[in-house]
Design a protein around this ligand. Structure first.
Ligand SMILES: CSC[C@@H](O)[C@@H](O)C(=O)COP(=O)(O)O
Length: 312
């Protein structure tokens, strides 16, 4: 299954808001529909956003206002703007050239995720690995295979995975809803854990490596990823556990010198005071909702890309 693709003149994507209950494909014919899908996280995850951005330029049919709106639909994952730019460069050459460029972004993502899976699995030592991860970095965050969860998949295929500890990832529960769904489909042993259990379980010695994805990697290696990543990095440092970022080269933003300059998406209070429409907190409770945090480069053991291993 492909999470996102171009099928018969439209963008087709899995509506991730309905998982794990239902796996429904959306057919998207306009930039307005695509921007809505991106904002409500029907399509999400940095590499998938890159492909959505590129395919969306085909839907924009040369309209620069629509291309600009698409490019800014979410701010933190650099892949969205990058994917838009990859396809938009070809606008002067016409629709077929734009489509060809967008399909290259899709195909390159498939190849990059496979390469990251192999490079990441080669980097890790040991035969019965216990991996901790946050958010969803699997095929649902890309086209076919994922980034950090792509490494997990390769380890599992090589018979080297003992178990995965997946953080539930409040407020939108990408770990509880999506990562567990993907791990079950892979047949990979896993436990779901509360976000706050992560550092404790690291300290207890039950984890061989933390693997995370990335939404934007600054030029100095500081890495923006799903909120909760920084707490895991601190816990991993204290416990002496490798903390490894897995992301394609397109997630590295050489125009952003350090994490201080990364814009962190604020998704508003509603997602925190309620879960899937059920209110948890007293009416009128104020809430903060940064969707991402930044892990400083000195807490990162390695960044695995489709082309290299970087030691920040
Ligand atoms: C391979 S995806 C890397 C990141 O995009 C992922 O970890 C993440 O933080 C996704 O956040 P989301 O808000 O669900 O789009």
């Amino acid at each position: 299954m492909r999470t996102i693709d171009w099928v018969d003149g439209a963008v087709e994507l899995v509506d991730q808001t309905l998982l794990p209950d239902k796996c429904v494909m959306l057919r998207i014919h306009s930039v307005a529909e695509l921007v809505d899908a991106i904002r409500r996280l029907a399509v999400r995850g940095a590499p998938a956003l890159g492909v959505a951005g590129a395919l969306g330029v085909v839907l924009a049919d040369g309209d620069s206002a629509q291309i600009a709106e698409l490019r800014a639909a979410r701010p933190t994952a650099v892949n969205l703007a990058w994917g838009v730019d990859q396809a938009a460069t070809y606008v002067p050459r016409g629709r077929e050239a734009v489509l060809a460029a967008a399909l290259r972004v899709r195909d390159d993502d498939i190849a990059a995720c496979r390469a990251m899976g192999e490079r990441g699995a080669d980097l890790l030592e040991g035969d019965r690995l216990r991996i901790m991860t946050v958010c969803n970095t699997g095929g649902l965050a890309a086209v076919e295979r994922g980034t950090a969860l792509g490494v997990v998949q390769t380890l599992h295929e090589r018979g080297r995975l003992a178990e995965v500890l997946a953080l539930e990832t409040r407020p939108l529960l990408q770990g509880a809803r999506l990562t567990t769904w993907e791990l079950a489909r892979m047949g990979a042993p896993h436990f779901l854990i509360a976000d706050s259990a992560g550092p404790y379980l690291l300290a207890k010695g039950g984890v061989d490596a933390v693997l995370i994805g990335a939404d934007r990697i600054a030029a100095n290696g500081d890495t923006a990823n799903k909120i909760g990543s920084y707490a895991l990095a601190l816990g991993a440092e204290r416990a002496g556990v490798p903390f490894i970022v897995v992301a394609p080269e397109s997630t590295i933003d050489q125009n952003t010198p350090s994490g201080d300059q990364i814009e962190i998406e604020d998704r508003g209070a509603d997602e925190v005071v309620a879960i899937r429409g059920v209110r948890l907190a007293p009416e009128g409770t104020r809430a903060l909702n940064p969707a991402f945090d930044v892990t400083p480069h000195d807490l990162i053991s390695a960044i695995v890309t489709d082309q290299r291993v970087i030691r920040p």
